[in-house]
Write a protein that binds this ligand. Structure first.
Ligand SMILES: [Zn+2]
Length: 383
């Protein structure tokens, strides 16, 4: 094994100190030394550097145990910004996010507005505006994209809706902007958002089912995203759940996405007699909550098939925490009941009893916040 260089040791120690302050908030140099087991001199040097960089600030005095009261340190939440992009809907969403996941600016570009412009042109336009709007140093740009994404090399292997195949997005954007670019699958980053900022913050193992125009799962194992051998772990949207089902965009029949995606819900609802072709997801949510039986049947069927896919995940992974993320969370408890029902019937009762299926608290910001969590973890090793 190669010996770590002085630089590597310093980077490792700096991450350790930052992690300790980030999780504790308001902590003294002595307490950092105690908790990290680094020497006080090392901690003081690192803290000095971080204060000079503007990442830390001395924020008052702690209580004294006799002698001089200790100076408490805090992260400066707004000292850095991340440019975050969500490509999972027709309207591309962008935001500037601070170190604690607070969104300070939102920008969107409708990729269907101008048929002359390609998806890539729209993405450039979005990132241009993000960079122009930044009010503190931009650490990098995080992108959550649908499709098969080689996270390591930053290549979009296949994103059908965006018309991309083997697109070296990371190098394209890094060349254009001179900033570090981080890309991952939208469901994977949604899971990272849950792990970093959600109600299930730092639960070591969980599966996050992202339901939007597509359906995918992000799986967190021991606090890290499980990407799989080809970066496609959790690609549950194209598992067949309906025998003799309708044809999917992938070419196969009866995929989960043909019944449980928002696109499938919209398609079926608009096909109901007497319903407008312009019916929106918001209107479907309203109708569902107002007791519209036809809409409820479509939505609960979507929930039922999600439950079947979740049952398989529980059977394979024995994961207790399952979070549903995306607009169907607005259907609330009756929808969750439809999801839970097949889980009870399709896995051993002890495992079904231990499974806690809940809705995300992050709303439609799941991918934006996940993109910021991606940069936060790769650049600073946080949380
Ligand atoms: Zn499919």
């Amino acid at each position: 094994m190669q010996k770590a260089t002085r630089q590597q040791i310093k980077e490792h120690n700096t991450r350790l100190v930052l992690k300790t302050i980030y999780s504790q908030q308001q902590i003294s140099r002595a307490d950092i030394a105690r908790s990290t087991r680094l020497t006080r001199t090392t901690v003081s040097d690192i803290v000095g550097d971080l204060i000079n960089d503007g990442l830390l600030v001395e924020a008052g005095l702690g209580s004294s145990l006799g002698g001089k009261p200790p100076i408490l340190l805090n992260i400066v939440d707004d000292s850095r910004q991340f440019g975050c992009v969500d490509l999972s809907n027709d309207e591309f969403q962008g935001a500037l996010v601070n170190l604690r996941g607070t969104i300070t600016k939102r920008i969107h570009v409708d990729s269907t507005d101008d048929s002359e412009k390609t998806s890539l042109d729209c993405l450039f336009k979005l990132v241009d505006s993000l960079i122009e709007s930044a009010t503190s140093p931009l650490v990098g740009i995080g992108i959550g994209s649908p499709g098969l994404i080689d996270t390591q090399n930053g290549i979009v292997r296949q994103a059908v809706n965006l018309g991309w195949k083997n697109l070296p997005l990371k190098s394209l954007l890094e060349e254009r902007y001179g900033l570090p670019i981080y890309i991952a699958n939208d469901s994977h980053v949604a899971a990272l958002a849950e792990y970093t900022f959600g109600r299930k913050r730092q639960v070591a193992n969980m599966a996050v089912i992202k339901v939007g125009p597509g359906v995918g799962a992000g799986i967190v194992v021991s606090g890290e995203i499980y990407y799989g051998d080809g970066f496609n772990a959790g690609e549950i949207g194209h598992i067949r759940v309906v025998e003799d089902g309708s044809q999917c965009m992938c070419g196969n029949f009866g995929c989960l996405e043909t019944v449980s995606s928002t696109r499938a819900i919209l398609r079926q609802a608009r096909a109901l007699p007497g319903r407008p072709a312009s019916l929106s997801m918001e209107e479907i949510i309203q109708a569902y909550n107002a007791g519209d039986a036809e809409i409820q049947a479509i939505v609960n069927r979507a929930g039922h098939y999600l439950g079947i896919a979740i049952a398989s995940l529980i059977g394979i992974l024995d994961i207790h925490h399952i979070v549903i993320s995306g607009s169907p969370i607005c259907f609330g408890e009756p929808f969750l009941a439809a999801v839970r029902e097949p889980v009870r019937n399709q896995v051993l009762s002890t495992m079904a009893d231990a499974a806690e299926i809940s809705c995300s608290s992050l709303g439609s910001d799941n991918v934006i916040l996940g993109a910021s969590a991606l940069v936060l973890s790769l650049v600073y090793g946080l949380p």
